[in-house]
Design a protein around this ligand. Structure first.
Ligand code: NAD
Ligand code: GLY
Length: 370
């Protein structure tokens, strides 16, 4: 098992990564489960795949799992599900010192974390991430949120978990498409600050996705360690460091918005395309060698992921995508910060981007032959 400490002042915690952590849940949570009844929020699919394992592990430790099982997918990050979850936790008489368990992907982690943040002005929670995306990104760092009619993740709080248990066994039941979407966030750590890790992804990404357990542990642990370093240095995203984690997200978010935040484009797939666009836009501005930008696109294509936005068949022009960017929550006094690249492993934040130029660039990309 790999253990990555996240040293946040006043709220330090561990991310443990290994196989079989859910099966030994009581032991892993030792001292944290104060009562017989343990409240767990999950979704239907995760409950079907892993509910029994969690329930048995808790029973063996003298606990009883009490479940709130939500519909799967993005619509569960809503005011309605937040209110119902908080009411349920109140009915369960959860106290500040109790730990609420979040068993699922980023949707469950974000919703449960936010519920924990506001319940009785802040309860403890434990992340049990079940997607690759959640293991390498969303379960670590304390961003919690729901969506509203005005957009994604617009209402939320920074609220760090008390513990993160990333059981690699759960990846065996994850659909391949979801696994690959999460892989985009792994590659992101290489592209934004670690050229050696991008080279590792080139050499090992396919075998990792195919199931090699040692490679999976390395990929998750290396990603979490990278995220921990950034979050420790800039927990609330005020210093321009944590913002680097948004590499590919501004372009990706526009693509997700244009496809209606639907199954047409998963978040991680949008991030992969967004990183290709960020790299090509950087090359267009003469910042990044064109060959490096094409290397990024080729990497995703070789893994079997979409690497050209033209393949999405969007019925829109570049300006329509830019219009989505203007609603981005990262807008700051009328300018939109972009994460661009000076090299593989050398991303930086800039506000010096002309959105008209972005629109022209996107027109070119939308018309590329695929
Ligand atoms: P998700 O939570 O919707 O899970 C994807 C799908 O996989 C769901 O249908 C789920 O039921 C299923 N699933 C999950 N684990 C499974 C397993 N082990 N076996 C079988 N099926 C399984 O999606 P996600 O990609 O994990 O998370 C996306 C969300 O994360 C978005 O809402 C995004 O905004 C958020 N996010 C948050 C942060 C953060 O820092 N808080 C970072 C990145 C993304
Ligand atoms: N996923 C971006 C962040 O945690 O800051």
């Amino acid at each position: 098992m790999a253990v990555i400490p996240v040293d946040i002042a006043g709220a330090p915690y561990e991310v443990r990564i290994g196989t079989g952590l859910l099966a030994s849940l009581t032991e892993q949570c030792s001292g944290r489960l104060r009562k017989r009844r343990v409240p767990i929020v999950t979704d239907i699919r995760v409950h079907a795949a892993w509910g029994a394992v969690v329930e048995n592990a808790l029973r063996e430790g003298g606990h009883e799992a009490v479940w709130r099982v939500l519909p799967p997918g993005e619509p569960s990050k809503s005011w309605e599900q937040l209110a119902a979850t908080v009411d349920w936790l109140l009915a369960e008489e959860v106290e500040r010192g109790d730990h609420i368990l979040a068993l699922g992907g980023g949707v469950i982690g974000d919703l449960t974390g936010f519920a924990a943040a506001i319940l009785k002005r802040g309860c403890k929670f434990i992340q049990l991430p079940t997607t690759l995306l959640a293991q390498v990104d969303s379960s670590v760092g304390g961003k919690t949120a729901i969506n509203t009619g005005a957009g994604k993740n617009l209402v939320g709080a920074f609220h760090q978990p008390a513990l993160v248990l990333a059981d690699l066994a759960v990846l065996d039941t994850l659909p391949e498409r979801e696994l690959k979407a999460g892989y985009a966030e792994v590659v992101k750590y290489g592209l934004l600050g670690d050229a050696e890790f991008f080279a590792w992804c080139d050499a090992n990404g396919a075998a990792m996705l195919a199931g090699d357990p040692a490679l999976r542990e390395y990929a998750v642990a290396h990603s979490v360690a990278a995220k921990a370093r950034i979050v420790q240095a800039d927990e609330k995203e005020t210093l321009g460091l944590r913002a680097l984690l948004n590499l590919g997200h501004t372009f990706g978010h526009a693509l997700e918005a244009q496809t209606g935040f639907s199954d047409r484009l998963l978040h991680g797939e949008g991030v992969a395309l967004g990183m290709v666009l960020a790299a090509r836009f950087s090359a267009r501005r003469g910042l990044l060698p064109r060959a490096s930008a094409e290397h990024v696109a080729r990497h995703f294509a070789e893994i079997g992921m979409m690497s050209e936005i033209a393949a999405l068949g969007l019925n829109c022009d570049g300006q329509a995508l830019v219009a989505h960017m203007l609603h981005d929550k990262k807008m700051d006094a009328g300018t939109l910060p972009f994460v661009l690249m000076r090299g593989i492993g050398d991303a930086y934040l800039t506000k010096d981007v002309d959105l008209e130029e972005v629109g022209e660039f996107l027109d070119e990309e939308l018309q590329r032959s695929v």
